[in-house]
Design a binder for this molecule. Sequence first.
Ligand code: NZQ
Ligand code: ZN
Length: 392
Amino acid sequence: MFDFKYYTPTKVIFGKNTETKVADLIREFGGTKVLIHYGGGSVVRSGLLKRVTDTLDQAGIAYVTLGGAVPNPHLGLVYEGIELCKKEGVDFLLGVGGGSAIDSAKAIGYGVANEGDVWDYYDYKRKVTGCLPIGVILTIAATGSEMSDSSVITKEEGLVKRGYSSDYGRPKFAILNPELTMTLPDYQTACGCTDIMMHTMERYFTQGGNMEITDALAEGLLRTVKKNAVILRDDPKNYDARAEVMWAGSLAHNGLTGCGNDGGDWMTHKLEHELGGLYDVAHGAGLAAIWGTWARYVYKNCLPRFKKFALNVMEVPDQGTDEEIALAGIEAMEDFYRSINMPTNLRELGVNPTEEELVLMAKKCAIGVGGEMGSAKVLDEQAMLDIYRASM
Ligand code: NZQ
Ligand code: ZN
């Protein structure tokens, strides 16, 4: 067991109609002029944005709005948001939407609170020393950005998708109303469930430090999301299932399921980020498409964890050798992905990279992780290329 820091400063307001509390929360955290940042328009169509602006109008809180954060959010809009905040004297950011709008808001917050080019942080050249305070109204359970220290931005030039992590970026509050996720397309719900499980699995398949209590939390979370993802496939308006998944999404990426271990593997995420950058695929679907190939590539190196996962999460029979049990667990996970209409390879994901593009992705991925990375198994550029090739 390793020493650890657990820091989750985000105030969570969970339940029906909780978005009505937004003005009080902004005041509580000192906001007087707000930038409401959102995505491609789902919050306009659902009426949520209007409800939020009405609430701020009634409370006498000034605001400006900036929509347009696309999935795999772009640096260009971040620059626009930074300029707008400076021009308007914004002192509080409200991200309304999914991980893309929230991550874009975090990047804007870094850009306003720090001098120089905000991309420097995502390019690992400098570290932030502050961030404008951020609040969140979440509309999709997926990334956990509502409580996480991470923000993932794509630079249009060269299609470079990079994550940056800092405690300064953790939101001050997160409003989690499961009802707001009921307008999601089924595909996005399934992508979200996949991402939530992957945030826990990245921390689970490690070589060291694992604690019994962390494993129990992780395995319980994985079983819960697996069960409720199937319920939502058949009954998308099921409030209790929406709620289970939404809370799991926050817990999966606020650090809880990594306490005591070595920090996690994270290579499935890194490999997916190249797919998201180059082909603009939905993050969760990209993860599902790569995970099985990654797992088969690394499992022998991390056999006890894969066996434990197979037995305790996928509930495969305790029969055969450790290797057979581990492989049965990987297959069961892929069957689960298929059952919620997630892809299990690149073809099913709908992308068909050329050999040149596979080489480019492996190269960019290796650069992005500083050469090599992984805990279940350390992967270098050649290993990354092998996995991309095998996931075709
Ligand atoms: O853009 P709008 O119109 O809002 O539509 C979105 C988008 O098309 C739609 N949507 C969201 N809520 C909806 C809805 N449609 C109808 N009803 C609703 N209630 O769903 C689509 C996906 O939204 P997006 O915000 O892109 O999804 P997600 O939350 O999965 O975010 C993905 C991004 O987050 C990054 C990913 O790489 C990707 O760029 N990640 C961020 C992390 C973090 N900050 O901690 C960690 C993750 O591992 C991940 O890398
Ligand atoms: Zn993720």
